[in-house]
Design a protein around this ligand. Structure first.
Ligand code: C2E
Ligand code: CA
Ligand code: CA
Length: 590
């Protein structure tokens, strides 16, 4: 036996190498059959095979003159070739003490010759073998030929393996190779830490712009030049991978953040000095993202994802290079998750609900209505604030079913209160895009009439921006609603347009002064002046004014003294579940 074969773990590593090649149990292939046919013909023997040594069997990738695909490894000559990693010639099996009683001898085989199929790393996968039913000898020249054929088989195996692991454009190893290399490295040094540097010359939108404007060969050329430019900066030993169009990855040892960033910026400089990048018809801003990785713990896909995420973050800063931030990544992932889970929430029976925050008339201390506020209990993230998820879905096709859900639920609740004899108006928050639905007013009005609700029972809140950025179709929806007697409130008043003059043109009846102005009333004289002038202006134009976010009695009293119509805020009540609101209402009347 060879020395290294006695090393513990050799057989395990050998099997790993074999399985990595994904050859076992694959269909026959002409490229191997050609070689076995040649061997059988050349040696004038009835049987030839490419035989791979698995844990407990010999499996034939290619065979001539044998029926079966596999035989047990026990007492198989090819198994010995795999163990010993050298040519084995058995002139007569019946004369061999080892093989006399083997399955091969039993099936009438007398002669065996096998040459090892050896990888570049020195693992013997099995044997290229020829067999005869007669005893015979092999000359040294014939042995050499059998070894040549084994080498041809190995070349074929390695070629096939490399195919799909090399990026044809840059000639660099690709993502699959990166995954395989990380696996290999993890076997050698599990738990060792490295950093992955992800260099992106162009982002995906720039790639498609360039493809469109310049044709695909332009980006190809850019990829090729960038690959060369990067490799020149990196040491020769450093393996650069091509992981996407104009995207490259390489691994470095762990070092300080400063050193990492310095290295990253050096790569970026190298790219910026490329002529093709400088002369590109669009501004090309290469970025480099750095992400830590732990061999064995992080899969290649994770490494690519985190490093690319660092890249995308680097794109947002002017730095051009950045280190992966778990917090930032978690934020992106949370946003993505909320966004993609919201559809399910709309259809789930128990994830969404409305809570109601009372609005108090200051002159009478009576509650005239409530604002309906959406709540989402996410199955894994728990309660998510509407301030977080609404902006995420507002500009998507989900905005429509979202508002439809709110309207349906609020009308149901309003009907319930009306049947109980409670004269409570419900204010709903509506997104700008809802007004683009040309049946929005129609549907709302028909649902209200089915529920026997008077127009005064529902009010719609829209932000200034939402109201102002509307086209003709949206104004028609608004006019339709106002004609039917539905009140429109301008929400978050004061935070949108700086000019108050537009107020004259908006067909609303209520102005809700944003809580950021109300908050400062107790101690900032400037806020007082602002609120006072907003109130006067709104009143003179005939609006009813509601102050949001009233948290102290002082603010409440001050607003009352100014003649503000209604107030809403934690001082009076937080948003409440429907039943809790009913109880609150009873108590407040008592
Ligand atoms: P908004 O329309 O300005 O709603 C008022 C927000 O102020 C609510 O936050 C409410 O809980 C909070 N608030 C009320 N009083 C006080 C107070 O005294 N102090 C403080 N600090 N906050 C107070 P919430 O429920 O988190 O809603 C946030 C935003 O989400 C809403 O702001 C609104 O823009 C949006 N939103 C909520 N529900 C819906 C909905 O059904 N549809 C749409 N399109 N948007 C909604
Ligand atoms: Ca509101
Ligand atoms: Ca508001």
């Amino acid at each position: 036996m060879r020395d290294d074969l006695q090393q513990p773990g050799y057989e395990q590593a050998r099997l790993y190498a074999l399985r990595q090649l994904n050859l076992l149990d694959t269909p026959p292939s002409e490229s191997f059959d050609r070689i076995t046919r040649l061997a059988s013909k050349f040696f004038g023997m009835p049987i030839a095979a490419v035989s791979l040594t698995d844990a407990d069997r010999q499996w034939f990738k290619s065979r001539v003159g044998v029926e079966h695909w596999e035989i047990p490894r026990f007492k198989a000559c090819c198994g010995e070739v795999a163990d010993e990693s050298k040519v084995l010639v058995v002139p007569d099996l019946l004369e061999s003490s080892t093989y006399r009683d083997s399955m091969l001898a039993d099936s009438g085989i007398r002669f065996y010759a096998g040459a090892p199929l050896q990888t570049q790393e020195g693992y013997t996968l099995g044997a290229m073998c020829v067999l005869d039913t007669q005893p015979r000898e092999l000359t040294a020249e014939e042995v050499a030929l059998l070894q040549d054929m084994a080498a041809m088989v190995m070349a074929q195996i390695e070629l096939q393996h490399a195919f799909g692991r090399i990026d044809p454009l840059t000639g660099l190893p690709n993502r699959s190779q990166l995954a395989e290399d990380l696996d290999d490295m993890a076997r050698d040094a599990p738990g060792r830490r490295h950093c992955a540097l992800f260099t992106e010359v162009l982002d995906i939108s720039q790639v498609s712009t360039l493809n469109r404007v310049m044709g695909p060969s332009y980006v190809d050329e850019l990829s090729r030049l960038a690959a060369r430019g990067l490799q020149e900066v990196l040491s020769e030993k450093c393996r650069l991978y091509s992981v996407g169009p104009c995207q490259f990855v390489h691994l470095v040892d762990v070092c300080s953040d400063e050193e990492l960033l310095e290295g990253a910026l050096r790569l970026r400089e190298a790219l910026l000095s490329l002529e093709l990048i400088n002369e590109a018809p669009i501004l090309v801003r290469p970025v480099v993202g750095v992400a830590p990785l732990c061999l064995g713990a992080d899969m290649a896909a994770d490494v690519l994802r985190t490093a690319h995420s660092a890249c995308q973050d680097a794109r947002l800063t002017e730095m051009g290079a950045g280190i992966y931030s778990q917090a930032l990544d978690a934020k992106h992932r949370r946003r993505f998750m909320l966004h993609s889970d919201f559809r399910a929430a709309l259809n789930a029976p128990d994830q969404l609900r409305l809570v109601y925050q009372p609005r108090i008339e200051l002159s009478t201390n009576r509650c005239l209505g409530v604002e309906a506020l959406l709540r989402w209990r996410h199955p894994t993230l728990g309660e998510v604030s509407p301030a977080e998820f609404i902006p995420l879905v507002e500009d998507t096709p989900l905005a429509r079913p979202l508002t439809a859900w709110v309207i349906y639920t609020a009308i149901d609740q309003a009907r319930d209160w009306h049947r109980q004899g409670l004269n409570i108006g419900v204010s709903l928050n509506v997104s700008a895009c809802n007004l683009d639905e040309d049946d929005f007013a129609e549907r709302l009005l028909s649902q209200m009439s089915k529920a026997d609700l008077p127009a005064s029972a529902i009010e719609l809140e829209l932000t200034e921006t939402a109201l102002f950025d509307q086209g003709q179709a949206a104004w028609e929806q608004l006019d339709h609603l106002i004609e039917a007697g539905i009140r429109i409130a301008i929400d978050d008043f004061g935070t949108g347009y700086s000019s108050l003059a537009y107020l004259q043109d908006i067909p609303a009846q209520v102005v809700k002064i944003d809580r950021s102005f109300i908050k400062g009333l107790d101690d900032a004289p400037r806020s007082r002046t602002l609120v006072e002038s907003m109130l006067n202006m709104a009143h003179s134009l005939g609006y009813r004014v509601v102050a949001e976010g009233v948290e102290t009695q002082r603010t409440y009293d001050y607003l009352e003294s100014l003649g503000c119509n209604e107030a809403q805020g934690f001082l009076m009540s937080r948003p409440l579940e429907a039943q809790d609101f009913e109880a609150w209402l009873l108590k407040s009347k008592a």
